[in-house]
Design a protein around this ligand. Sequence first.
Ligand SMILES: Cc1ncc(COP(=O)(O)O)c(C=O)c1O
Length: 392
Amino acid sequence: MSRAPGGLATRLQHIEPSATLALAAKAKALAGAGHTVLDFTAGEPDFPTPDHIKAAGIQAIHANRTTYTPVAGLPELRAAIVEAVNRRRRAAYAPSQSLVTCGAKHALFNVFQALCNPGDEVILVSPYWVSFPALVQLAGAKPVIVEAREEDRFLPDPEAVRRALTRATKAIIVNSPSNPTGAVIDHARLEALAGIAQERGLIVVSDEIYEQLVYPPAAHVSIVEVAPQLQGQTVIVGGVSKSYSMTGWRIGYAVGPQPWIDAMITLQSHSTSNPASISQHAALAALTGDQQPVARMREAFQQRRDRLVEGLNRLPALRVTRPDGAFYAWCNVSRLTTSASTLAAQWLEEAQVAVVPGEGFGSKDHVRFSFATSLDTIDEGLARLERWLTQH
Ligand SMILES: Cc1ncc(COP(=O)(O)O)c(C=O)c1O
């Protein structure tokens, strides 16, 4: 009988630590050693959590709301989540069809654990968020990668999805707006993807964590809005991390068919139990309170996006497709290198500019710039890259 090295479980042998977190840590270490690193690696807003949300968390502590909540989350929070989803998606989910989790990542973990068996295949579109393949593999299933082409603005190609189908295909992940490309999937493509899912009875995992960070004239639509008949086979994943600048509070959610949500609740009851009670009270304030801070952050992101994307596209060796959502610019560096990670290491060492190499997202030809950073950082980063490029 073969044993995993060091006694590790076999399911962890082929799973690498998150690439985004590793590069950010390296940049922080350099900054800690006194270098002025311009950090474009952030996967989180740089704004503080809005005051009224923080106050709700503090109030929860003072009011001793510090005990267990129901495993699936506070009833009022589940109601608020479903109310927001129903309003935005013109749907009619019941609060019982929702589950509050420790971040959207945890919701996704629960989804694949609850729905996938070894041998199942899950289609995901490349470039993909780094954790998608690992989350699928941790459930024993196999990620099947379908390329989205740069000429198509990184939007999924329904025909390519169709070609990737096998008898083992169980699910497809739809992530709009996308991390890392910022692509927002249009109505027609969603309709085509929905058609495939319906025809083949596929589970759709719709990761909508960036739904509120979409820059006009682009607009976000969910696959369940385009194809309401798909609600019975779709799990919507979302959360407060990105829109409300609450990454550290760790509150996400899943909304979907009752039996699937029930299975996830059972899983959660034996793993994490409820997400932190204090964070749940803060998330409730986020969803039900003043939405102006979200609009203000979105406007700031849009301004930064324009500055960064225009600046990068002015540099001859670089090329960026303008992202319509999220806060990432996916930059083609293939004229400079055959290895994004080598280039990212060079930029960090020689220009103290930190970006995330594309390999972890499925491309060695791209690096990811986050524009969840100040306009000053963007300006100075562009100036440093321009100098670096003239020297090389
Ligand atoms: C596409 C996508 N889904 C999910 C998550 C996880 O969000 P959370 O911090 O709420 O777990 C992220 C965070 O980077 C993301 O980019």
